[in-house]
Design a protein around this ligand. Structure first.
Ligand SMILES: NC(=O)c1ccc[n+]([C@@H]2O[C@H](COP(=O)([O-])OP(=O)(O)OC[C@H]3O[C@@H](n4cnc5c(N)ncnc54)[C@H](OP(=O)(O)O)[C@@H]3O)[C@@H](O)[C@H]2O)c1
Length: 327
C-alpha cells in the first residue's frame, strides 16, 4: 500500500502522521496519476498544518502543494500527458505529501529535459513566486534598490539570484552571519542582520536617505513596522507572507497616509489564474535556470516519514534555501 502524511487535527509539527492509504479505483477523467519522486516543503504547509490558513476540506487532510514525479496512468479525457512523462506542480489541490496521487492535468507542468526532478520540486513554487513578485506585481529594474526580508530562505535565495540577473540592488535581511554570506554569494548586494541592526536605519544609510521604492516582506509581524519606515514616498509594501506571525489590525491612515504608500497582500494563486499564466510563469523560471541565472539551493532532503522533523527545521530558522521530502 502507498504511504502518505496526514493531519487529523491542527497543531504543531507533531500532528503530521505517516500512514497507509488507498488510491481511488478509478481515475477522474481529467486527472493524471503521478508517482512522486520529490516533494517540495513550503512555509504555506505550516500555515495549513497550524490552521493559520483555512484548509479546503474537513480533516483529515494530506498537506503539501508541490511535487515532481512520473505519470503512471491517466484519466479517459487526458490529452496532454502520457505514461512516463516527467511532471511537476505547485498549486492546489493540496495533497502532495504522499507517494502516489491523482492531479488535474490543467495544473500540471512538464519538467524540461535539462532539469532533475529534485531541482524542480525545490524551486517551482518559490521560483514562480519570485517571477510574479519581480516581473509582474512590481517590475524590478537595473540599478533600483529593493528590500527583501529573509533573503537566505527558499524564496529569498531565488530572489537574490533573480535580482542580480537584472542588475537590481537587493538589500536582504537575515538572522545570522552565515545566512548573510550565503545571500551575498547568491547575488544580494547588501545584507542587514535584523536581529542586531535597525533595518530602516541601515536602509536609509545605503540609499542616501531616500528609502526603497518597494519592500518584499514574507516575515510579517516582526518586520512590518521597519518595512514601512524603509519605504520612500509613494513606495509599495508587498506583504507576501508571515513566517514570524500574522500582521494584526492595521491603522490604514496612520501607516500609509504620511508617505502615500501602496499596499498589497498577493498570492501565487492569483498570479497563476489560468493555464496560460501558469505556463508563462513556470517557463520564465525555467529560462532563468537554463541560462544559469537561477539555480536550486537544496538545504536538506528528508524522508517523507520525517515530515515532522522537516517542519521543525523550517520553523526553527535553521534552514537556508529549500527543503524537500523524499517518498
Ligand atoms: N504569497 C505568496 O504567493 C507566497 C508564495 C510562496 C511563499 N510565500 C511566503 O514567503 C515566505 C518565505 O517562504 P519560504 O518557504 O521560502 O520559507 P523560508 O524563507 O525558507 O523560511 C522562513 C524564513 O523566515 C525567517 N524568519 C523570520 N522570523 C521568523 C520566525 N519568527 N519564525 C520562522 N522564520 C522566521 C527565517 O529566516 P532568518 O533566519 O534569516 O530570519 C526563516 O528561514 C513565507 O512567509 C511564505 O509564506 C508567499
Amino acid at each position: 500500500m502507498p504511504k502518505q502524511v496526514i493531519i487529523s487535527k491542527l497543531g504543531g509539527p507533531d500532528v503530521l502522521k505517516y500512514q497507509d492509504y488507498n488510491l481511488p479505483n478509478i481515475i477522474k477523467a481529467n486527472d493524471v496519476r503521478i508517482k512522486h519522486s520529490s516533494i517540495g516543503l513550503n512555509y504555506i504547509d505550516t500555515y495549513h498544518r497550524s490552521g493559520i490558513y483555512p484548509l479546503p476540506s474537513d480533516l483529515p487532510v494530506c498537506p503539501g502543494m508541490e511535487a515532481a514525479g512520473e505519470v503512471i496512468d491517466a484519466g479517459s479525457e487526458v490529452v496532454n500527458f502520457q505514461v512516463g512523462d516527467r511532471v511537476a506542480y505547485a498549486t492546489p489541490p493540496i495533497g502532495a505529501y504522499c507517494e502516489i496521487r491523482d492531479f488535474p492535468e490543467e495544473k500540471l507542468i512538464v519538467i524540461p529535459e535539462f532539469l532533475e526532478n529534485d531541482e524542480v520540486a525545490s524551486v517551482l513554487l518559490q521560483g514562480m513566486t519570485v517571477e510574479y513578485l519581480f516581473e509582474r506585481l512590481h517590475k524590478i529594474k537595473k540599478g533600483d534598490f529593493i528590500l527583501f526580508h529573509a533573503a537566505a530562505g527558499g524564496v529569498g535565495l531565488i530572489a537574490c539570484q533573480w535580482a542580480k540577473s537584472i542588475g537590481c540592488r537587493m538589500i536582504g535581511t537575515v538572522s545570522t552571519k552565515e545566512k548573510a554570506a550565503l545571500s551575498k554569494e547568491n547575488g544580494c548586494e547588501f545584507t542587514i542582520n535584523y536581529k542586531e541592526e535597525k533595518v530602516s536605519e541601515k536602509v536609509m544609510e545605503i540609499t542616501n536617505n531616500k528609502g526603497v521604492p518597494v519592500v518584499y516582506d514574507g516575515v510579517g509581524q516582526d518586520t512590518f513596522d521597519e518595512s514601512i519606515k524603509s519605504l520612500s514616498t509613494r513606495g509599495l509594501m508587498v506583504s507576501f507572507g508571515q513566517s514570524s506571525g500574522m500582521v494584526e489590525k492595521l491603522d490604514m491612515h496612520k501607516i500609509f497616509n504620511p508617505k502615500s504608500l501602496f499596499y498589497t497582500r498577493p498570492s501565487l494563486m492569483s498570479y497563476t489564474l489560468n493555464r496560460e499564466e501558469l505556463l508563462n510563469c513556470s517557463n520564465k523560471l525555467f529560462e532563468k535556470m537554463k541560462n544559469g541565472d537561477v539555480k536550486s539551493n537544496i538545504y536538506k532532503k528528508f524522508k517523507l516519514n520525517e515530515a515532522e522533523e522537516a517542519h521543525k527545521t523550517l520553523q526553527s530558522r535553521k534552514s537556508s534555501g529549500s527543503i524537500i521530502l523524499e517518498p
